[in-house]
Design a protein around this ligand. Structure first.
Ligand SMILES: [Mn+2]
Length: 331
């Protein structure tokens, strides 16, 4: 449900012109789908609008970006809008300078650092796409087939095809409404969730072989080194599926995915899933100890050290938090 303020902030945005939409670095289905829906809506209103992204659009997401690989500044913007960016760090190197002059942030991360002049934040929303849908519905923007398809992609992507706990009845209602425009949702979901290159699958198999478990197998850790990625020829931006591995191991409450990047930086993704009545494990609180952020059940961070050191630091931090939350003797 949107507040009056959110609706009026969005209508203020629609009153602007020469608008630059910023997507987050390592763009995903949510930031791309939501941004393209907004771009199209603004252009249809006769506005001058553009999208920028510090990173290239990965091959497997180009069906969302209408085939576009690079999104760079075309004109000097008067208004800057970020979509799905929880913090300044997510602007990426190339467009970092825009993070200091954001007029509107449209986001659904409760960890949003409020870097923008106005933040349209909806914490209990599955995706920026779902929030964008609500904003469009409360504005003069009419949803058509193009917009419906982009927003559906964004919502489906961030909700893990409606499987994650962020999926609510509103998420399904939004999707049901969008599906009336009869695009091929089945094909979209196959592309988003059921299609990997053989190299990607081989890397996942190696990742599975690396699994370490702690706390009665409730904490699962996957580690992938850059040498493996390079040997198998997997593109660095095709590694999104790795973070899903720990979730698929039955009994896992906290999943840790550690990945070494080509520049030596260690990227760590944290996931949690806990059934009531046990309390949730808030992975964003662990991530924030290392300068990262995210949601209760999904968060990320980076480290600049060796893989071994990163493994030790993050496993220690997760176990410390584990002992704090749960009665140690019962686990
Ligand atoms: Mn998102």
């Amino acid at each position: 449900m949107l507040t009056e303020n959110q609706i009026s902030d969005f209508s203020e945005l629609l009153g602007k012109d020469n608008i630059c939409i910023v997507m987050h670095k390592s763009p995903d289905g949510d930031t791309i789908g939501s941004s393209f829906a907004l771009l199209y809506a603004l252009k249809r209103m006769g506005k001058n609008a553009e999208i920028v992204c510090s990173d290239e659009i990965p091959d497997h997401f180009r069906f969302i970006s209408d085939g576009i690989q690079y999104l760079d500044l075309i004109f000097e913007p008067e208004t800057v809008v970020s979509v799905d960016l929880a913090s300044e760090a997510l602007f990426g190197e190339k467009y970092d300078y825009l993070s200091h002059r954001v007029d509107f942030a449209i986001d659904h991360h409760f960890s949003n650092t409020l870097y923008a002049k106005k933040t349209i934040l909806s914490e209990n929303t599955s995706s920026a796409g779902e929030l964008m849908y609500e904003l469009f519905k409360c504005s003069e923007i009419e949803i058509d087939k193009y917009i419906a398809e982009k927003l559906y992609i964004a919502i489906s992507f961030d909700s893990g095809c409606f499987r994650y706990s962020n999926t609510s009845s509103f998420t399904h209602k939004a999707a049901a409404d969008l599906l009336q425009f009869s695009f091929d949702a089945s094909a979209i979901n196959v592309k988003l969730f059921d299609s990997s290159s053989l190299a990607q699958l081989k890397l996942e198999s190696e990742a599975l072989n690396s699994v370490k478990q702690y706390k009665n197998n409730k904490i699962s850790v996957v580690t992938v080194r850059y040498s493996q990625i390079k040997r198998l020829g997997v593109n660095e931006n095709e590694l999104g599926g790795l973070t899903a591995i720990t979730r698929r191991i039955a009994g896992t409450v906290v999943g840790i995915t550690i990945r070494e990047k080509s520049d030596g930086e260690i990227k760590i993704s944290l996931r949690s899933q806990q059934e009531s009545p046990l309390p949730e494990f808030d992975v964003s609180s662990v991530a924030s100890k290392f300068g990262g952020g995210g949601h209760v059940r999904a968060a990320g961070l980076s480290m600049n050290c060796s893989v071994e050191e990163a493994e030790k630091k993050i496993i220690d931090a997760v176990i410390e938090e584990w002992n704090r939350i749960y009665d140690n003797s019962r686990q």
